[in-house]
Design a protein around this ligand. Structure first.
Ligand code: AGP
Length: 608
């Protein structure tokens, strides 16, 4: 999961490339590099660590180059060192590439090249690809890149330059996202829109096994075996303003506080209260088949998988269709049974998560209808599905997903009503449900007022290294999400569990040094949850209860109570998750962690 930017035009490439990878560093931030072509030679700089370390290596004499590439890395092969940072060169030292993805057959290719006398400086699969392209180079970079990529098994988003061809950049993709930007007299290649939006909103999305050749006065696209491909220029819907911190200390905090507006935008134009129904234009082409579905499989990874688990409750409750949520990384390899009438829905913020993409393809290849719930317009999953629903929550930059989670649950809540209303849900019940759904943004706003209290609780308990999160029914996925948020940004070990499962083992972990977050809002799981709180208290555990405002009883049982506004049971996850996001955020800040760029993580997981 790396970030790539390449530029050819009239402007000074160096500052432009650095600005571009800075906007992509949520994709990977353990090392970085840059290469320019100046006076027929490659000028390369690389550094371990953040992009600032690379900037310190950029001396003045790099100015004036009008072609170059830059890369920010998330290490897969070889630790994040200067030698393993990209770009990597061929044996002539004249050809350089930057790469996002994994070359699976790199050992075989390396052996082939070593037998020809090539040697290697780094531990990366990418250097092997650079040397392979160099091996096939006979004066035409485009030909050499295509020839070499035909030998490659695995995924790639690459850009390549050659010192003898200072008027061309060759880019190609399979599995890893890559877009091309057509300016008036300049062209950019990038891993995603964030890097180039300040230049133009007009982009071309490369599809798998496509090559883009950009020169100073034009570009063309072909398949890997040189068949011409005509590409449509599309418009990016995000604005540059959406990509800055907007006065917040971190993107995660900005995105947490954007959630009320994000949910409003997500629902805008999609709920017809007059008719008490949901209108999802993105599903209109498949609506007839969708409502006849016999089985729904939601597939995703990480936070999106947790949203799927909430969706399972909503779809089964409102549409009465059997629904299950599958880890994409397992579903894709499990040879799943996909009968007629099965619908596979891939849930992904980035739309580029490779396991989710593969799970979607697996379901589709087995005959299922393939739908998507995606935030990134133009992403691979969005383009490969038969139909789908965009979140419209705006760009999510913080690696820890927050507003995308509530966006995904809101879309699932709408899809459940969309199908339910067309199957058995009465207009009045659907109307009441949609009325409550439209009230959710205000309730989230109220729950955001818990920020100060969650910071106090975090300050008290932040030194404790093991936490437990318990939830019953539709709150169980919220417990999982709360635990994931704490783990991924504060590095505190946390486990989310169905509350009743605690007695079957994890209760052995409970001591007075273990904070236990129990989701216990009013509803038909309430009494049982109080029982779980008692069990934890009797072993000395430190209980933090998430409860419905006005619930005095629970205040006598829990050490800390975070009161959220009352919401209908099926929609409570959209409110109860808020204090858990805030708790994790404050814990991470108090532990001095890099909230937006947690160690070892990246925003889009485009490699297996
Ligand atoms: C969540 O905070 C994480 N960043 C991660 O679990 C994420 O949800 C997962 O990688 C799925 O990403 P996607 O929604 O872009 O497919």
């Amino acid at each position: 999961m790396c970030g790539i930017v390449a530029y050819i035009g009239q402007k000074d490439a160096c500052p432009l490339l650095i600005d571009g990878i800075k906007r992509l560093d949520y994709r990977g931030y353990d090392s970085a590099g840059l290469v320019l072509i100046r006076e027929g030679r490659l000028e390369m700089r690389r550094a371990a660590g953040r992009i600032s370390a690379l900037e310190r290596k950029l001396d003045g004499d790099l100015g004036g180059a009008t072609i170059g590439m830059a890369h920010t890395r998330w290490a897969t092969h070889g630790p994040p060192t200067e030698t393993n940072a990209h770009p990597h060169c061929d044996s002539s030292g004249k050809l350089a590439i930057v790469h996002n993805g994994i070359i699976e057959n790199y050992r075989v290719l390396k052996q082939f090249l070593e037998d020809l006398g090539h040697t290697f400086d780094s531990e990366t699969d990418t250097e092997i690809l650079a040397k392979l392209i160099g091996h096939f180079y006979e004066g035409e970079l485009e030909k050499a890149v295509r020839r070499a990529l035909c030998e490659v098994r695995g995924t790639f988003g690459i850009a390549a330059v050659h010192a003898d061809e200072p008027d061309v950049i060759v880019a190609a993709r399979r599995g890893s996202p890559l877009i091309a930007v057509v300016g008036s007299d300049e062209y950019l290649i990038a891993s995603d829109a964030a890097a180039i939006i300040q230049h133009t909103p007009h982009v071309i999305y490369l599809s798998d096994n496509e090559v883009a050749v950009v020169g100073r006065d034009g570009f063309h696209t072909t398949t890997l075996d040189a068949a011409p491909v005509t590409k449509e220029v599309e418009e990016i819907e995000w604005t540059l303003a959406q990509l800055d911190l907007g006065g917040h200390q971190h993107f995660m905090s900005k995105e947490i506080f954007e959630q009320p507006e994000a949910v409003r935008t997500c629902m805008r134009g999609r709920i017809d209260m007059d008719e008490g129904r949901v209108v999802l234009g993105g599903l209109s082409s498949v609506a007839r088949e969708l409502i006849k579905a016999k089985r729904i499989i939601l597939t995703a990874c990480g936070t999106a998988w947790h949203a799927g688990l909430v969706g399972e409750y909503l779809i089964e409750e409102l549409a009465r269709i059997p629904c299950e949520t599958e880890y994409a990384s397992e579903f894709r390899y499990r040879n799943p049974i996909v009968e007629d009438g099965t619908v596979v829905i891939a849930i992904s913020q980035s739309g580029e998560t490779i396991d989710t993409l593969a799970a979607l393809r697996e379901g589709r290849d087995k005959g299922a209808m393939a739908l998507g719930i995606v935030n990134s317009v133009g992403s691979t999953i969005a383009r490969e599905t038969d139909a789908g629903v965009f979140l419209h929550v705006g760009p999510e930059i913080g690696v820890a997903s927050t507003k995308a989670f509530v966006g995904q649950v809101t879309v699932l809540a709408m899809i459940a009503a969309f199908m339910g209303r067309r199957r058995h849900l009465s207009q009045s019940n659907c109307h009441a449900y949609l009325d409550a759904l439209q009230g959710i943004p205000d309730l989230i706003e109220q729950a955001l007022d818990l920020s100060t209290q969650t910071r106090k609780i975090a300050a008290e308990l932040v030194e404790m290294d093991n936490w437990l999160y318990l939830g019953r029914g539709i709150q169980y996925p919220v417990a999982l999400e709360g635990a994931l948020k704490l783990k991924e940004i504060s590095y505190i070990h946390a486990e989310g569990l169905p509350a009743a499962e605690m007695k079957h083992g994890p209760i052995a972990l409970i001591t007075e040094d273990m904070p236990v977050v129990v989701l216990a809002p009013q509803g038909h799981w309430y009494e049982k949850s109080l029982g779980n709180i008692e069990e934890v208290r009797s072993r000395g555990g430190r209980v933090i209860a998430i409860a419905t405002e006005g619930d005095e009883q629970i205040a006598h049982l829990a050490e800390h109570v975070l009161y959220v506004p009352r919401a209908p049971e099926l929609l409570q996850p959209l409110v109860t998750v808020i204090p858990l996001q805030l708790l994790a955020y404050h814990a991470a800040v108090l532990r001095g962690c890099d909230v937006d760029k947690p160690r070892n993580l990246a925003k889009a997981v485009t490699v297996e």
